[in-house]
Design a protein around this ligand. Structure first.
Ligand code: LER
Ligand code: MN
Length: 299
């Protein structure tokens, strides 16, 4: 689809705050809407029903959509050989699905297959099978709630099991799901993909969500990532889903997020101005990529 009519541009709440209380949520959602974003992404990893209700109300008031992200911590690692830890992971995904449903969003997407951790060995076959079985169960719950689950390939220094687009596609095939999708993230792709355009073209049908950051994890356009190649590949597979800025700076987030994402230096300091520039870049580059593909491939 090259008209772009349905693409929503989103921004991750961590660009503005790492404390999702009512006051911060109100300011963040209002700023995102004022800047022209269609969507705010929030992490629902430990959301209560009260958090979901506040988020839904504020987003509705501002006329903005909500994408619900998830990151399993090491103590709730779905791939752990420790049954209690793995069960905690499954319970968190299950609860996150309920929160997404309460908010009215359409999916839970992110790091759902392992923990955000620096692993020291690859997963075993038994661990993969355990994750396939657990994701199949939560996928059934997602389906019954009218929701989807997205698998985000994350780079090798932050997790294991799914580092590439190919590995995400293989996991979805092993689960046998027709409901799950692949969630791209350009920061991780820049580290792990041998050829991002080829992988996108091969698995285009499965792509359901996109995080964008530059190679330094600054806003897109501030670094060296090949966004022209990315957006042209997405245009070639008719991707018209959501595209969300995900960039972290210690100027905004506290020690927990800084440590989890190794955001040691401030790539940017002004979240509002940076988000504005990131959105301008996305709009411009996507329109140009779609125009170029239309030109190359007349209907
Ligand atoms: C973590 O590095 C990341 O990219 C988040 O989107 C995790 O879901
Ligand atoms: Mn991401």
């Amino acid at each position: 689809m090259t008209d772009g009519a349905t693409t929503r541009f989103g921004v991750h709440s961590l660009v503005f705050t790492d404390r999702w209380n009512e006051a911060n949520a109100r300011v963040t959602i209002d700023v995102a809407a004022r800047l022209g974003f269609d969507l705010i992404e929030v992490l629902v990893t430990d959301f209560t029903s009260a958090d979901a209700a506040v988020t839904r109300r504020l987003a509705n008031d501002a006329g903005i959509g909500v994408a619900t992200g998830i990151v399993l911590p090491p103590e709730a690692d779905l791939s752990s050989p420790n049954r209690d830890i793995a069960a905690r992971g499954e319970a968190i995904i299950s609860r996150a699905l309920e929160a997404a449903s309460e908010i009215g969003s359409s999916a839970v997407s992110g790091l759902v297959y392992a923990g955000l951790d620096r692993y020291r060995a690859p997963p075993t076959t038994a661990q993969r099978e355990q994750v396939v079985a657990a994701l199949r169960r939560v996928d059934g719950k997602a389906d019954s709630l009218g929701l989807r689950i997205g698998l985000e390939p994350i780079n090798r220094y932050e997790t294991y099991m799914i580092n590439t687009i190919d590995e995400a596609a293989a996991m979805i095939a092993a689960i046998g799901s027709s409901n799950m999708f692949i969630h791209l993230d350009t920061f991780h792709m820049n580290i792990e993909e041998e050829n991002s355009a080829t992988a996108i073209e091969q698995h285009g049908r499965l792509i359901g969500y996109v995080h964008v950051a530059d190679n330094s994890r600054g806003m897109p356009g501030s670094g060296a990532f090949d966004f022209e190649g990315l957006f042209r590949a997405l245009a070639r597979v008719n991707y018209s889903g959501d595209i969300t800025l995900e960039s972290f700076s210690p100027a905004v987030v506290g020690p927990e997020v800084v440590a989890a994402t190794a955001s040691w230096r401030a790539i940017w300091t002004d979240p509002v101005e940076s988000a504005r520039q990131g959105l301008d870049f996305l709009r411009r580059e996507i329109a140009s990529a779609r125009g170029a593909i239309e030109h190359i491939q007349p209907a």
